[in-house]
Design a protein. Structure first.
Length: 160
């Protein structure tokens, strides 16, 4: 993987607190939450706050994913158009279309840079794709715990 792509992924991951979980960020606090240790000691109000924060974070994540998807698509279209313009001249070697496209890109430094930009944007999109699912699972787990506590309180009141 190219250094530029790696740097872009690291930048995106850091901006979204994906790999770093250091206070004081509220999202990072939630990512550091250890249910096996902290669940009983955490009050319901804090769990509700975590649910809201994660729901808000999902909005940010979805916006970032959509942006990355659009940018990757636009860069791919620009690359495809430029390669097509070179291919239609008929001066590019290769038996298959894939070979001819690869030769066209390899013969032009500007197309190589554009292909790298396209790969970078696609890598960011791929990194973000599907990240919402584990966060939704965490939100649902927190909601389940809140429901369990509410039912437990209700049961305790009925018994007294």
């Amino acid at each position: 993987m190219d250094d530029r792509i790696r740097d872009r992924l690291l930048e995106t991951s850091t901006a979204l607190s994906l790999y770093t979980a250091i206070s004081p960020s509220e999202v990072e606090e939630i990512f550091n939450f250890k249910p096996a240790i902290d669940m009983d000691a955490t009050n319901s109000q804090t769990l509700s706050r975590y649910t809201i924060i994660l729901s808000q974070y999902l909005i940010t994540l979805q916006v970032r994913y959509n942006t990355a998807r659009v940018i990757a698509g636009q860069k791919k279209k620009v690359l495809d158009r430029k390669v097509y313009n070179i291919l239609k001249t008929g001066k590019v070697e290769g038996k298959t279309l894939t070979e001819r496209e690869a030769h066209a890109i390899a013969s032009d430094p500007d197309l190589q840079a554009l292909e790298l930009d396209c790969d970078e944007a696609s890598a960011e999109r791929d990194l973000l794709e599907g990240l919402d699912k584990p966060i939704i699972e965490l939100i649902n787990s927190l909601k389940s715990e809140l429901r369990r506590r509410a039912e437990e309180r209700q049961y305790s009141r009925e018994r007294t």
